[in-house]
Design a binder for this molecule. Structure first.
Ligand code: GAL
Length: 675
């Protein structure tokens, strides 16, 4: 497999982060010191200008890029490259004062006032004009500098605007989507219910909090439109930059499972996927290892947006954040471990927010590489410098990718539909948790699943798990059937295939769109359990899975029953089934259990697919990156005790020592084994 080195000039991994010199323009001594310290920390790239609009254009039409040019040049002379951001993440006060329409309108129809960031109307032509002007000038003045290796569009795009211009655009979007056929929209949105009929597209309002929120089709289309409009804005910025400097790749920083945007629709327009990783380390609700697994899942979601290419961890904190409910320090050693985890999961960068702490305002106590103390003689700085050294050591890993033969299906449309549906227990739907928990069990078995959309090509996978696939995209049923028919191992759960893309229920049996034939079962009823209710599933081998939250009552058509309910009026009826299709198997788990209880079943699916399982001690993560030269195995000890692993052979790039059979990792220790 050919390597996809993101930035050959950097010679391996990107190490750096957000740098905000515009906050220090009156302190040349500090700016000079920054470069010296960056070199000491092994920083080879910084992200500049994320929030620099007011410094570039202090008054409308009065542009100043010289200061930034000097900074980029000075960094470049010192071997440090630049990821240049467009400044559209926050607006200067003059812009809002003059162009009121740039400020968002909320879901009660109230226009925001100036302030904060990330709160612009993405439709406003005036705001877009201003963005185009600054972006073009930015590209002209700075984009051609040899130190600039990438554009970072805006910052953490998100949010919704309900202003009249957005409403109009939404109506146009709907008219085009429904071929100007309002009857079709009425039919798909089931508007005969509660007299919701629309005569024209012009009558449709978005789901204002004090307006229409009870049409599932409307709510879904509003979310889809918000993604469409945000993507349109993103592409608008990209086009302006590309018109001047087409050769520079682009990214924008995503926020893992952020619910407001369907990232799968946005990723194709980017050259590289990047995201911001801020796990709540050392919290009191879960073990450290669990928190790490949560991050690993997020990395997998992000990595799977562009399979076969490394992604970037655009932001992370070197020490602590200032916006968690409790802002706890990362314990010694955790920084290195969590950075290596990002790399293990496919990132070709370790980047921080931010390089130096700002003296004032909202983020003055957010962690940074350089503290207010201003020296390299701090624990945090030393740990960052160690990461810099380590990344150089493992530089050959850059450009390799995580290749998985197993996938978890996880959909944004399905998430939105499940959030919105009036069914099950309102607080116990837990779609994301269910997906994450299952994914974690596979990782504990040493299998780093991709996380892909339900309409994606499954031809590279041999095991697919599709939890709670309530909404079926038009292609999904066909894809799943084809997957099983060519010998794939498929597992679906309760709450699968209830509605189509428009959220109309399937008639004639769930899972719909013909999927009940694939599984050989029809779900006749679904029971929601109170938090203290429990049921069980008794398996053929006598073991018992505990059931909570929801349980379907199945009508078995032609599947084998592998487990039955232990309690309640449906005691003895099928709860776990399998229908065989040649080498392929379609498993159906009708009730929610702890994901870990299904581990043996997952192992069987993996074994049938010929995917090796790795038994790892509790709290140890295993990931593999592959390239043309072979594999790199990552072992991460996410516990506070040393662990011993057996059967590990190769060369540990972390300790620079061969490993034969036995590998000992200290607390929070890690190894990168070249095979
Ligand atoms: C991110 C944001 C950064 C910074 C950081 C603090 O969400 O992109 O600008 O605010 O959080 O953790």
């Amino acid at each position: 497999m050919e390597k996809k080195i993101l930035f050959p000039c950097v010679g391996g991994f990107v190490h750096g982060g957000d740098y905000n010199p515009d906050q220090w323009l009156d302190r040349l001594d500090i700016l000079e010191e920054d470069v010296k310290l960056m070199k000491k920390a092994g920083v080879n790239c910084v992200t500049l200008g994320v929030f620099s609009w007011a410094a570039y254009e202090p008054e409308e039409g009065d542009f100043h890029f010289e200061w930034m040019e000097q900074i980029i040049e000075n960094l470049f002379q010192n071997g440090i490259y630049t990821i240049l951001s467009t400044p559209s993440g926050a607006r200067p006060a003059w812009l809002d004062a003059k162009y009121l329409e740039a400020m968002r309108v909320d879901n009660k129809g109230l226009r925001n006032r100036h302030g904060g960031r990330h709160n612009h109307c993405m439709t406003s032509p005036r705001f877009r004009d201003k963005v185009a002007v600054i972006d073009r000038k930015l590209a002209e003045h700075l984009g051609r500098h040899p130190g600039v290796i990438m554009y970072h569009i805006s910052n953490e795009l998100g949010g919704e605007c309900y202003c009249p211009q957005c409403v109009q655009k939404f109506q146009k979007y709907l008219a085009e989507k429904y071929d100007y056929d309002i009857d079709r929209l009425n039919m798909e949105w089931w508007t005969s219910f509660w007299s919701h009929h629309y005569n024209t597209f012009g009558e449709i309002e978005p789901p204002f909090a004090n307006g229409e929120t009870t049409i599932m089709g409307l709510n879904m289309e509003w979310k889809r439109f918000t993604t469409f409009n945000m993507n349109d804005f993103l592409q608008y910025e990209i086009e302006v930059l590309h018109s001047v400097t087409p050769q520079i790749p682009v990214t924008t920083n995503f926020m893992s499972l952020f619910g407001g945007l369907d990232y799968r629709k946005m990723a194709p327009g980017l050259d590289v996927v990047s995201w911001d990783n801020y796990p709540p380390f050392h919290n009191d609700g879960e073990t450290f290892g669990e928190t790490m697994l949560g991050s690993a899942f997020n990395h997998a979601v992000m990595r799977s947006l562009k399979r076969d290419t490394p992604f970037m961890m655009m932001e992370s904190t070197p020490s602590l954040v200032n916006w968690h409910s409790i802002n706890k320090l990362k314990r010694p050693g955790v920084h290195k471990l969590s950075c290596l985890q990002a790399v293990a999961c496919g990132s070709d960068s370790v980047q921080y927010f931010q390089w130096r702490k700002g003296r004032g305002s909202y983020e003055q106590f957010h962690g940074a590489v350089v503290d207010h103390l201003g020296t390299d003689d701090t624990r945090v700085f030393r740990e960052v410098a160690q990461v810099g050294e380590l990344l150089q050591k493992i530089a050959p890993v850059a450009g390799t990718v995580v290749k998985s033969r197993a996938a978890l299906l996880f959909d944004w449309d399905n998430r939105w539909a499940i959030w919105d549906v009036k069914a099950l227990g309102q607080k116990t739907k837990k779609y994301e948790e269910t997906c994450r928990d299952i994914w974690k069990v596979f990782l504990r078995l040493g299998v780093d699943m991709d996380v892909v959309g339900s309409d994606e090509d499954l031809s590279r996978y041999d095991v697919v798990v599709a939890p709670m696939l309530y909404l079926l995209q038009p292609e999904t049923a066909g894809n799943l059937k084809a997957f099983v028919n060519r010998g794939g191992q498929l597992l679906a759960t309760y709450f699968t295939g209830y509605v189509n893309d428009a959220q109309l229920c399937y008639l004639g049996g769930f899972p719909g769109d013909g999927l009940w034939e694939l599984f050989g079962v029809i779900s006749e009823e679904i029971d929601a359990l109170y938090p203290s209710d429990r049921n069980g599933i008794l398996l053929e081998d006598g073991s018992r899975w505990e059931v909570m939250d929801c349980a379907e009552i199945l009508r078995v058509q032609d599947a084998k029953v592998l487990g039955t309910y232990t309690d309640d009026f449906y005691q003895g009826s099928a709860a776990l089934t399998c229908k065989n299709h040649g080498k392929g198997n379609a498993y159906y788990v009708a009730a929610r259990t702890e994901a870990s209880q299904m581990s043996a079943l997952f192992e069987k699916m993996l074994a049938d697919a010929g995917i090796p399982v790795k038994k790892l001690p509790e709290g140890v993560e295993y990931h593999v990156r592959s390239g043309e030269e072979g594999n790199y195995e990552f072992y991460l000890n996410c516990t506070t005790e040393p662990v011993e692993l057996s059967g590990v052979n190769g060369y540990d790039m972390v300790t620079d020592a061969p490993v034969s059979e036995k590998l000992t990792l200290p607390e929070y220790g890690a190894a990168v084994i070249r095979l």
